[in-house]
Design a protein around this ligand. Structure first.
Ligand code: GBH
Length: 473
């Protein structure tokens, strides 16, 4: 047997969720619709017309869910706040009942020794703000800063890890570019403007949090942080790689970490927008000191120059849309990375996670890193005895945690790992058909059953080490 792979003793072993994917209770205690309520209720937008109306009823079952986390030995939990639950119109004073829910949740976590990490924005913009223009308009960034300050004031005494935005790439480019996410718009210029205003929102939000929170609080952002590879060394393929990398990574980490967009981005997208939305001082505002960086990783991307010119792109794993989420990149083709895939069709490649962590170790020297999401969807089903065996997920987690440990050995400062996801939940445009949970949810009864991967993860978290080799369950 190879030696077990030991992690630092203060490593955080967590799981992650987001508000719209688990809470349900969408009309309770003053909550108003977000863009995801509107989108999921629009025919044809989600698989089977699924919505988050009920989801996994976490709003009412949060106590049991926290108890479940404690049973699994987790010492960290990343969740998001529903903006329209605490500030229904996206403006003005907070709704106490909304804030009280998160206060109760956090108190429950703290009582069980689980460290909360709070994400302010995981894609659920209050519909009223979308009606006023959404992320493509500047005002939304200012509203986000106000919201950040309300939540910071209310929960700063008990939450010490804060994340401004989750995966702004998805908000901008899936929401306003390909339209497979809410609000479902397909306007490449709007998508780029949304990206800029998300950068601004992050910076203004971080400033607002800094003012509202005690000094010990940690402020971070969770980026998609894609791993983009080219099919060959051919300069045309390398150029395609560089452009997609800038649209996936540099467009956000440039302003947030370095106070500047990648120089070539403006030229690469000149046919789409003149970038007049960028005003003096915006990049300085986006560039706020951070205490940590969150990386979400699922699968690498593989690109080439389109062999037959613009229009010959292939599907890139973001659901069916005739519209590209990559503005100005019609001459880039996306390829399937070879290898085994999960139920999402995403290739399993732990080397991508190692590569990503090492890249951000160079990009942001000295900044502690967290893997704020990583996980896999499989077609899980209970056996006749009611147990759920998911050896594929165990293998996925083992491979990716081993990659994290290799990165630590190579000098990366990774402080924790949040498995996506604690529970099976509403997988956005895929609805309830794709199960990412370590815990199985029966959507008829809402009964939770930890899968074998949950038991495996509990053992790993408890020991602080990975078995040296995978033993089939
Ligand atoms: C995350 O999004 C979300 O934060 C979470 O809410 C969601 O449930 C979870 O993942 C599972 O989907 O274009 O070739 O680079 C992940 C969205 C999926 C976007 C992988 C980038 C890479 C394919 N990401 N995708 S590529």
């Amino acid at each position: 047997m190879p030696e077990p792979i030991t992690f630092p003793s203060d490593f955080l072993w967590g799981a992650a969720t987001s508000a719209y994917q688990i809470e349900g209770a969408v009309r309770e205690d003053g909550r108003t619709p977000s863009i995801w309520d509107t989108f999921s209720h629009t025919p044809g937008r989600t698989a089977g017309g699924d919505t988050g109306d009920i989801a996994v009823e976490h709003y009412h079952r949060y106590r049991d869910d926290v108890a479940l986390m404690a049973d699994l030995g987790l010492n960290a939990y990343r969740f998001s706040v529903s903006w329209s639950r605490v500030q229904p119109t996206g403006r003005g004073p907070a709704v106490q009942r909304g804030l009280d829910f998160y206060r109760r949740l956090v108190d429950e976590l703290l009582a069980r020794g689980i460290r909360p990490a709070l994400t302010l924005y995981h894609w659920d913009l209050p519909q009223e703000l979308e009606d006023a223009g959404g992320w493509p308009v500047r005002e939304t960034a200012l509203r986000f800063a106000e919201y950040a300050s309300l939540v910071g004031e209310a929960l700063g005494d008990r939450v010490s890890s804060w994340i401004t935005l989750n995966e702004p790439w998805c908000s901008a480019f899936l929401g306003y570019g390909s339209g497979v996410h809410a609000p479902g718009r397909t306007d490449p210029a709007a998508a780029l403007h949304a990206a800029h205003h998300l950068n601004l929102a992050h910076g203004l939000g971080a400033q607002a949090l800094r003012a509202a929170l005690p000094a010990r609080a940690q402020i971070a952002v969770s980026l998609n942080s894609a791993v983009v590879r080219a099919v060959s060394d051919d300069p045309r393929d390398q150029d395609a790689r560089r452009r997609i990398d800038n649209l996936a990574n540099g467009i956000f980490h440039g302003p947030m970490l370095h106070g500047a967009y990648p120089a070539e981005l403006f030229a690469d997208t000149a046919r789409v927008t003149d970038w007049s939305c960028v005003r003096d001082g915006d990049l300085a505002a986006a560039h706020q000191p951070l205490d940590a960086l969150g990386l979400n990783y699922y699968t690498p991307a593989l690109v080439s120059a389109a062999p037959d010119g613009p229009g010959s792109r292939r599907a890139d794993g973001h659901g069916a849309s005739d519209h590209s989420p990559w503005p100005g990149s019609d001459d880039v083709a996306f390829h399937q990375t070879p290898g085994e895939r999960t139920e999402m069709g995403w290739t399993i490649d732990p080397t991508g996670l190692h590569e990503l962590i090492m890249r951000y170790t160079r990009e942001a020297p000295g900044l502690p890193l967290y893997v704020t999401e990583n996980g896999a969807a499989y077609d899980d089903k209970p056996d006749p005895a009611g147990r759920v065996h998911d050896p594929e997920r165990i293998a996925y987690l083992h491979g990716h945690l081993a990659a994290v440990r290799r990165a630590i050995a190579d000098g990366a400062d990774v402080r924790g790992y949040y498995l996506w996801s604690l529970l099976d939940n509403f997988e956005w445009s895929y609805g309830y058909g794709k199960r990412f949970g370590a815990v199985y949810v029966d959507y008829e009864t809402q009964v939770r059953t930890p899968k074998s991967s949950a038991h495996w993860y509990a053992t790993v978290a408890g020991a602080g080490e990975l078995p040296g080799e995978l033993v089939a369950d």
